[in-house]
Write a protein that binds this ligand. Sequence first.
Ligand code: HEM
Ligand code: HEM
Length: 188
Amino acid sequence: MPERQLNGRYTSVAVTLHWLVALFIIYNLVQGLLFSDDTPRSAVELHKSIGITVIGLFVLRFLWKLGHPGPAPLPSLKPWERKLSVSAHHLLYLLMVFVPLAGWLHDSAWKGAATHPLMLYGVIPWFRIPLFGGLTDAGKDWWHENLFTVHKYSSWVLIGIVGLHIAGALKHQFLDHQPQFRRMWYGK
Ligand code: HEM
Ligand code: HEM
């Protein structure tokens, strides 16, 4: 078993990945909720690029976590707070990959996919998930629509858990006066 960090902090790599992913996810959630018929195509393309980047960062984060489990939980946490925060972290790990994967599947089932190649940040040619090629247009429409529903509702669950996570962090820092934020920041 790899050892826990003994200085009460996550490693700099974990901190960098945490805040990059948090920034990207919050940007995509806000941008996604603001989508309308007038949203320019470039904004949707940026949304897809950022979401696929989050999948890559998730893989790095997961691999890093295997060797660096992070510090022991704050000793001041009551047992229910500890259980709730660990469950929220597990759900966040799950949703941070599930939500963008559902979006990517939704986009891959689009019948216009073949004529609109995916280009990350307008420069890196990227692939669609090759599951829908053999379907008729009606079959693609069905998957496109239903996978959008999955993408949308899982995003809403993600918003709820992120809200709980932020509320928990603020409570420990400001109401319980615990060194909560320094755990997820750089330092010795
Ligand atoms: C989309 C946004 C976010 C996601 C997906 C996310 C995800 C996570 C995950 C999975 C962990 C557990 C790390 C581990 O043990 O491996 C964590 C820890 C943490 N996060 Fe976030 N986070 C997000 C946003 C935020 C924000 C906005 C704050 C600040 C208010 C924050 C503060 C923290 C802190 C302080 C910890 C350390 C918890 C501890 O072990 O004491 N996070 N986050
Ligand atoms: C961090 C990851 C992501 C988050 C948090 C996210 C969140 C959202 C949200 C909240 C919406 C709006 C849903 C609604 O209308 O209520 C949305 C729409 C959408 N998402 Fe994502 N998404 C992510 C990744 C992706 C990825 C990777 C793709 C495709 C490669 C994608 C493709 C789309 C598309 C095509 C729409 C519909 C845009 C339109 O209305 O034209 N998303 N997303």
